[in-house]
Design a protein around this ligand. Structure first.
Ligand code: SF4
Ligand code: SF4
Ligand code: FES
Length: 701
């Protein structure tokens, strides 16, 4: 590219041919006030703040649309430019609300910053009020036309940058404002809700609604799906590859953060979906299903080709427990060049994914294939091997130990009758069923608890032939801790939910369980120390019949004494939250044994963090992130969005309830390509906004 030299305010500046004076000046560190200019948009010379004088050319010139030429001599601060700027600024301020202190853009407003730079509070022109109503009727964005200074950035962003073209300059009486054709709501105008307008607006006239930003980092507010994911999977990036039907690249992106894309495609509790911005328009993107579709159609295995195992460090890591946290840590530590062995007390690896989650939710061939991928990379999994002493592992030459034993001990409440025959504990029950053992069940089952484990027990009981299955829990119906799909599918399968109940005793007749006595709960919450606070309704005792009771009221880890680890409440392992190290040097912990029973994705995220900590302990850099998919700049132009806002979510389809109950076959149907394509195209691509060049204020020059 040809280079040119010009002189600005007495300084020689070199720049690329084709730049304008404003760009050349800012590049050279000389600030010229500007407002309608934005680095990603074409210049229009509207605000006239950027005026300069050019030697040998008469008058003042807007520097944002005057080309920088070789040998040019420019003055940015003269009597004329100062006068012109002040006048232009005062005209803008005259029609803008005077009180910055109450504006939510306070201290982030380019106009406010320029006002401080250019003029005093006193204006020589008369103020006027525009009296437009504030428009909060659109999803995601609020618009206050009174704050608009007609810089036109939003219009250019909407037309040039995104190619959507729904914002226009409009007139009402003597005032100009920014609006849609026929002033229709954004959703009816073909808006794609990409947020470019709000991003470039210098004044806060178009802004994200306050609730999106409150208490969140900028990234979490703008790309909520990615930052609500405990492992921070780059959701919009992989959805873009699904749009291009490149499922291998999409899977590779997921694999950059988690080694179990398929498993998560079946069982993730998808916190990303509850915050997805598309949910504000109609329904959130079906992110989990798209993940499953991509992972199950990854034929090229790009992740395998691009994944780089670092040279051997000669260090050995022992991981105790082959659940999601342990296997995740093993995968990433192996990639760092360490030798990794995973010790598992059960006959097969997978932890709660195998022995907790029933097969109809997570087919075992899916789990097996992803565990095999980890083994193929070189992780050794020693099943049927219970570890009782960490000292012995150190004696065997391991340099670090990671404890990921999960929380497999189900609990009973100590109420009368809890030790009767016919009273089962959730995880023992599920473990037996998932290991292929026979379990003696009655016909009328009462599951005590309202979480996913309770629903798993109830749904398994139905598949085993129980005629009547009740779930009773402390929480009210709207606060059930179980995932919505579990509740929905459970009810479809005939499970009766009895919310807001506390259990007082299990009744027995002739040595057999006859029922459970309950009290109705008025209110249920936790105090500051996380102790349950239950208020019951007086005289509300009643009995529900049952011949089998399953406790699903929580689980805790079992930590062998031989580990010598300090534990806290509920037998969770105590950790230094910064280093992930336990009370013993060289011993780390992760997963449910530390955080308590959570979700597969939380356990995986915890395994990733532990892998970073262990690698750093072993003198690595703790840099476990990989780029497994092509890194290319996404297409900035989205094109017209007619009908975009009304595209409805493709819900997961399932087998009919009566068919489901016949076996432990997977319940959900596979998505087809057309549906995956449609669903991926509903995504707003919220991350594109982070790629818009940020504006620098004058104080940073
Ligand atoms: S709404 Fe914002 S970006 Fe659009 S013209 Fe007004 S001030 Fe400029
Ligand atoms: S619309 Fe797409 S990018 Fe935006 S939050 Fe939802 S999934 Fe993420
Ligand atoms: S920045 Fe040049 S005229 Fe507005």
């Amino acid at each position: 590219m040809e280079r040119i030299k010009l002189n600005i305010d007495g300084r020689d500046i070199e720049t690329q041919k084709g730049k304008n004076i404003l760009e050349a000046s800012l590049e050279g560190g000389i600030y010229i006030p500007h407002l309608c200019h934005h680095a990603d948009l074409s210049p229009i010379g509207a605000c006239r703040l950027c005026v300069v004088e050019v030697e040998g050319v008469e008058g003042v010139h807007t520097s944002c649309n005057t080309p920088a030429l070789d040998g040019m001599k420019v003055k940015t601060k003269t009597e004329k430019t100062d006068h012109m700027r002040r006048l232009a600024m005062e005209l803008m301020l005259a029609g803008h609300p005077p009180d910055c202190g109450t504006c939510i853009k306070y201290l982030n407003c380019e106009l406010q910053s320029l006002k401080q730079y250019l003029v005093s509070d006193h204006l020589s022109v008369k103020r006027r009020s525009k009296l437009f109503p504030v428009n909060t009727g659109n999803p995601v964005f609020a618009q206050d036309p009174n704050k608009c200074v007609l810089c036109g950035r939003c219009v250019r962003a909407c037309h040039e940058l995104r190619g959507v073209g729904v914002l226009f300059y409009k007139r009402k009486g003597k005032e100009t404002y920014i609006g849609t054709a026929s002033d229709l709501p954004l959703a009816d105008s073909g808006c794609r809700f990409c947020g470019a307008c709000a991003e470039v607006c210098p004044t806060g006239s178009i802004m994200d609604k306050e609730e999106f930003a409150k208490g969140k980092s900028r990234k979490a507010a703008l790309v909520p799906c990615r930052y609500a994911c405990p492992a921070e999977i780059d959701v919009p990036r992989y959805i873009r590859f699904i749009q291009k039907k490149d499922y291998s690249a999409a899977t590779a992106i997921i694999k950059e953060k988690v080694p179990f894309p398929k498993v998560l495609g079946y069982v993730c509790d998808h916190p990303c979906e509850s915050v997805c911005r598309r949910g504000e328009i109609n329904q959130s993107i079906s992110i989990r299903n798209l993940k499953r579709y991509a992972a199950e159609h990854d034929e090229e295995k790009l992740w395998e080709k691009n994944s780089n195992k670092k040279p051997s460090t000669g260090k050995k890591v022992a991981i105790i427990g082959a659940g999601p946290a342990g296997l995740t840590a093993a995968y990433y530590l192996l990639n760092q060049g360490h030798t990794v062995a995973v010790f598992e007390s059960m006959p097969l690896a997978g932890g709660m994914m195998r022995y907790g989650i029933p097969e109809y939710r997570l087919p075992r061939d899916i789990l097996d294939s992803e565990i095999r991928d980890i083994e193929k990379r070189g992780v050794e999994i020693k099943t049927n091997t219970r570890v009782e002493s960490i000292d012995k592992l150190f004696e065997q030459g391991y340099d670090a130990v990671l404890v990921t034993v999960g929380a497999h001990k189900g609990q009973k409440l100590s109420i009368p009758g809890a030790d009767n025959e016919g009273v089962l504990i959730s995880l023992d029950f599920l473990r037996d069923i998932n290991s292929g053992k026979k379990v003696k069940l009655g016909r009328k089952i009462m599951v005590l608890g309202g979480g996913n484990v309770a629903f798993d027990c109830a749904r398994v009981a139905r598949r085993l032939g129980a005629e009547q299955v009740n779930i009773a829990c402390l929480e009210c119906r709207t606060d059930l801790p179980a995932a919505c799909d579990e509740v929905k599918q459970g009810e479809e399968e005939g499970i009766l939910i009895n919310p807001s109940k506390t259990f007082t005793q299990i009744l027995c007749q002739n040595g057999k369980i006859a029922g459970v006595e309950f009290l109705d709960v008025e209110s249920f919450s936790f105090d500051e120390d996380k102790n349950p606070q239950i208020e019951v309704i007086e005289n509300s005792q009643h009995v529900l019949e049952a011949d089998t009771v399953i406790f699903a009221v929580g689980q805790r880890p079992e930590i062998p004494d031989g580990f010598g680890l300090v534990t806290a409440a509920n037998n969770l392992i105590e950790l230094d939250s910064y280093t992930f190290s336990t009370s013993r040097e060289g011993v780390f912990a992760a997963g449910d044994a530390v955080i308590g029973t959570a979700s597969v994705i939380k356990a995986i995220a915890s395994g990733r963090k532990a892998a970073i900590a262990v690698d750093q302990f072993l003198e690595g850099r703790g840099d476990i992130d990989e780029k497994l998919a092509p890194v290319s700049e996404p297409q900035k132009c989205l094109g017209p969005g007619e009908g975009f806002a009304s595209m409805s979510r493709c819900e997961e389809s399932c087998m009919l309830p009566e068919e489901r109950l016949q076996s432990f076959c997977k319940v959900v149907h596979d998505m087809d390509e057309e549906t995956a394509d449609y669903e991926s195209k509903r995504c707003l691509q919220c991350d594109l906004r982070l790629k818009i060049t940020p504006v620098k204020f004058w104080a940073s020059y």
